[in-house]
Write a protein that binds this ligand. Structure first.
Ligand SMILES: C[S@@+](CC[C@H](N)C(=O)[O-])C[C@H]1O[C@@H](n2cnc3c(N)ncnc32)[C@H](O)[C@@H]1O
Length: 485
């Protein structure tokens, strides 16, 4: 794996590094630490600095660029375990490595260190969160922390224990949300986290909302003070505070109103089935005919979100079109303990079948060819959307892969109220607030986020003032996810 990806090597623009060091350093002789110093962009800003870097090439460059600093070539978590040094400030831009790449001993050490300031981070945490918690454990009383962080600090589940722990360990916790990209070539947006007064406790999170990063001697004035109770009520998601204040006030009033309800109160939202070997299990109509697979062993499936029509109903005509176009929309749907026709046995034991059987998901199930969790939902919900999330009624008994979400109404409820509520501005705003940006202008909605989508009850009145505010909210959130539509 290239080092850039393996170690999350994206270096910080000079003005950002200089500014973060200025915010953190109070006295000339303050000793500062960058736990993942790369080529030393932060170290060069202050002579009394210590940098840790795992990559020898970058550690060497950092030594050259910042001769007055001390650079240790090491895994930060291994180094932190044995050092007795303490610092006035910790600064930097921690590596952003998703949990799949941040594993083994390093992750174990990282999560253990994070616990020292009370951050009980889940195994699925990306690397940046334990870097910040771990670096904080090395501060002197009254110390400061100033880091570039991914914007997902505003919605990721694992950011919650980090922010909670920071609020219990610092007198001030300040997050600056920055709309324009700090790293031009990265799809992930970057925000800034600043905390001051190590050893104190904060009652609220200070939030600055900035169009773009600007160099400054001190942190920008916070626009909002988000009380920890309000933040907890929002399930630890800061995203909603990006809304203009009057829109947020309206949204919160609507959340409390008996004229609204959450999608999760009437329906289950989950992911579609996972085959483990999509090309083997999904067949084109022409191939099913050639193989002689009986129709009763095939189910028509929404294989990709893109197949869903822009309309709010998936009809027989759509399915006929897929079949006429010979799309691979037939799922081979076999059941355990049923005898299989010869044609199917031949397909299962073909070269393609033997290859599919080796795929991880197939290897771990018995029998390998029975795809679990194939259900016929009431509707499909796009999990990744451009302009807005689509809810499409399943009028045809189709099933779906995990590329879309499946929505099943509880207790045989009528679909109509949900269908009517879906196009409403409140629903669109709620999708933006409860979902999150995925980069490239996309909106991602996880099933647990979808359950929180707020829907208006009938009669669905159209107060123009309310509509105007809700629309403003939609536009604001779209700007934050760089959606130009
Ligand atoms: C996002 S870069 C930031 C570098 C530098 N602070 C800057 O902002 O320009 C993260 C750096 O962390 C280093 N790194 C990754 N894992 C590390 C670890 N476990 N210990 C120390 N450094 C690590 C990477 O090699 C990379 O240079």
């Amino acid at each position: 794996m290239a080092h850039t990806k393996r170690y999350g090597q994206y270096f910080t623009p000079q003005d950002v590094a200089q500014t973060l060091v200025r915010w953190a350093v109070r006295r000339r002789k303050d000793r500062i630490l960058d736990p993942s110093c790369g080529d030393g962009e932060f170290l060069v800003c202050h002579p009394y600095s210590v940098g840790i870097e795992i990559d020898s090439k970058h550690a060497a460059t950092a030594r050259e660029r910042a001769p007055a600093s001390l650079v240790h070539e090491s895994d930060f978590f291994a180094w932190a375990e044995q050092t007795h040094e303490r610092f006035d400030a910790v600064v930097g831009n921690p590596p952003f490595i998703r949990y799949q790449g941040f594993a083994g001993d390093m992750r174990m050490r990282a999560l253990k260190l994070a616990k020292q300031i009370g951050a009980d981070l889940p195994q699925l945490s990306s690397s940046w969160a334990p870097f910040i918690a771990g670096a904080a454990t090395l501060l002197r009383q009254g110390g400061r922390l100033s880091f570039v962080v991914p914007a997902e600090i505003g919605h990721a589940n694992y950011a919650i224990p980090l922010i909670r722990a920071l609020a219990k360990s610092f007198a001030r916790v300040h997050i600056a949300a920055i709309r324009e990209k700090v790293f031009r070539n990265l799809s992930e947006d970057a925000w800034i986290l600043f905390a001051d007064g190590f050893g104190g406790t904060a009652q609220y999170i200070e939030l600055s909302i900035l169009d773009r990063f600007e160099a400054s001697a001190d942190p920008p004035q916070p626009l909002r003070r988000v009380s920890l109770e309000a933040w907890e009520r929002s399930r630890g998601r800061l995203r909603r505070w990006l809304l203009p204040e009057d829109v947020l006030t309206l949204y919160e009033a609507l959340e409390e109103s008996d004229q609204t309800y959450r999608l999760g109160s009437i329906a289950d939202v989950g992911i579609g089935y996972v085959t483990g070997a999509n090309d083997f299990f999904h067949l084109r109509p022409s191939v099913t005919r050639a193989l002689g697979i009986p129709p009763e062993l095939l189910k028509v499936t929404v294989r990709k979100g893109e197949l869903l029509p822009p309309a709010s109903n998936l009809t027989r005509q759509h399915v006929r079109n897929w079949i006429e176009n010979d799309e691979a929309v037939f799922l081979l749907h076999l059941e355990a303990k049923k005898s299989l026709p010869k044609s199917v046995c031949a397909y299962l034991t073909s070269a393609a079948g033997r290859a599919a059987q080796q795929a991880y998901k197939c290897r771990i199930r018995d029998p390998w060819y029975v795809v679990p969790n194939v259900t016929v939902p009431d509707a499909f919900l796009t999990s990744m959307s451009g302009e807005s999330a689509q809810l499409v009624r399943n009028g045809t008994g189709c099933v779906a892969t995990n590329s879309v979400h499946v929505v099943s109404l509880r207790n045989k409820r009528s679909y109509l109220p949900l269908q009517q509520a879906w196009g409403k501005t409140l629903t669109r705003l709620s999708c933006e607030v409860e979902g999150h940006p995925l980069g490239g202008g996309m909106l991602k909605i996880e099933p647990r986020e979808a359950q929180r989508i707020l829907l208006p009850k009938p009669p669905l009145g159209n107060d123009s003032l309310v509509e105007g505010l809700l629309n403003e909210g939609v536009m604001t959130m779209r700007q934050w996810r760089h959606c130009s539509k």
